[in-house]
Design a protein around this ligand. Structure first.
Ligand code: NAI
Length: 390
């Protein structure tokens, strides 16, 4: 039966002063398919209640812990309870919350990196398969229309066999010991118990690796990496340099850094094939640069008819006419809206539109954890080149 209503979301994390929980709130409501009805917003129950008030939520559905939320929501009639749980806490909480939500029968949208270890990631993968529930992973950069266009250019063989991928993600915000000031986002990111085995590599290196695999359709098979901690006293890496081997003989270079003064979120990718080269920048996301041998450079611009004519995915994931910039929130919302359509299809017992299933999920989460573990192992090793385990 068709469900003619918004999907109901229960949010974990996103308390006062939190970063990404608020982005999830904004992005999830952009297309009017999702409403926030419940939450356990903060590790501190008082702050969870404070956030619930600020959001004008029904106080009965503002919970002190995620466990309380899962229990109480499971007990509500099907017509009222949440449809899915969004996980926006620090990394160490992703696994228990996602696992318990799936076990309780809820679909999940989870932040990256998916877990603390690949073992936990594989446990979630098995659970998702067993339960037949929908799992989204917020690698939001795959939500950009021009990234989807690049992916489709590779798929249609307009780039040719891929020879080389260069991907970078420099930031500068951790160039000093910000964590020593008690700054909220820096504190947990530099603590291995909350962040995991990787610092910069887990926080933003995973986005770069995911983007490279998404656009090229090729898996990273081997990594030669060096992680460095430049800021004295810091427990995790703040700089990450990798050489990559990808399926089909392609080579790659991936670098991520959080000590690059003045860099904001300078994620960018270059894909060099036998027929053409592609270039895309997250800070200028409405343009895709295409270079072919002995031809002038092409600049493909989001929202134009020639983009829509070429890529149904780029067209579907774009909202406003060309020249009016779309960016971070819209890309985030694309993952949410595609996820919502897939969840609706699951509830209705229908096969989803393949274009709606174009968002990262639990398999990409496993890839992310294998990437982090391989980079850490390679960095510590003497032989350097390290295969990515299956
Ligand atoms: P944050 O420190 O700003 O916020 C974390 C929030 O989670 C806080 O409100 C905290 O009280 C709450 N929290 C912690 N444990 C909790 C629990 N057990 N139950 C309920 N609430 C709990 O952290 P930030 O920067 O928002 O990052 C959160 C997650 O989002 C991380 O996994 C991070 O990697 C990811 N992230 C993803 C981004 C993306 O572009 N996809 C960008 C930024 C962060």
């Amino acid at each position: 039966m068709a469900i003619n209503r918004k999907l109901r979301m229960g949010l974990v994390g996103g308390g006062p002063g939190a970063f990404i929980g608020e982005v999830h709130r904004k992005a999830s409501r952009l297309d009017g398919e999702i409403e926030l009805v419940a939450g356990a917003f903060d590790i501190d129950p008082k702050k969870s209640q404070q956030m619930g008030k600020q959001l004008y939520l029904d106080p009965k559905r503002v919970y002190n812990t995620y466990q309380d939320m899962l229990k109480a929501e499971s007990a509500l009639p099907e017509g009222d309870r949440i449809d899915f749980v969004a996980v926006t806490t620090p990394n160490n909480w992703h696994f228990p919350i996602a696992r318990d939500a799936l076990k309780a029968g809820f679909h999940v949208m989870c932040e990256k990196p998916m877990t603390l270890t690949s073992k936990e990631a594989k446990e979630l993968q098995t659970l998702v398969e067993k339960k037949g529930l929908v799992f989204g992973l917020m690698h939001n950069y795959t939500g950009y229309p021009m990234v989807k266009l690049a992916r489709d250019m590779v798929k249609k063989n307009d780039v040719g066999k891929i020879r080389k991928v260069v991907v970078q993600y420099p930031q500068g915000w951790l160039a000093t010991a910000l964590e020593k000031t008690g700054q909220m986002q820096a504190s947990w990111r530099t603590d291995p118990k909350q962040s995991g085995a990787g610092g910069c590599v887990g926080d933003i290196g995973t986005h770069a690796a995911n983007l490279a695999e998404y656009i090229t359709g090729l898996k990273i098979t081997d990594i030669c990496a060096e992680l460095t901690t430049f800021v004295p006293g810091r427990a995790l890496d703040d700089d990450c340099n990798c050489l990559l081997k990808l399926e089909g003989g392609a080579k790659g270079v991936l670098h991520a850094s959080q000590i690059a003064h003045g860099e904001e979120n300078n994620l960018a990718i270059w894909v060099h094939g036998e027929k053409a080269s592609l270039e895309w920048h997250q800070e200028h996301p409405n343009y895709l640069y295409v270079r072919r041998p002995s031809k002038p450079e092409e600049v493909w611009k989001r929202g134009n008819d020639y983009v829509a004519g070429y890529s149904a995915a780029a067209a579907r994931n774009s909202r406003i006419p060309s020249g009016h910039p779309e960016a971070f929130l819209e890309a985030f919302a694309n993952n949410y809206t595609n996820f919502a359509e897939t969840v609706k299809s699951a509830i209705e017992g229908k096969k989803p539109d393949p274009l709606a299933t174009d968002f990262p999920g639990v398999n990409e989460g496993v890839r992310g954890m294998l990437f982090i573990e391989t980079v850490v192992a390679s960095s510590k090793s003497k032989q350097k080149w390290t295969p990515v385990k299956k």
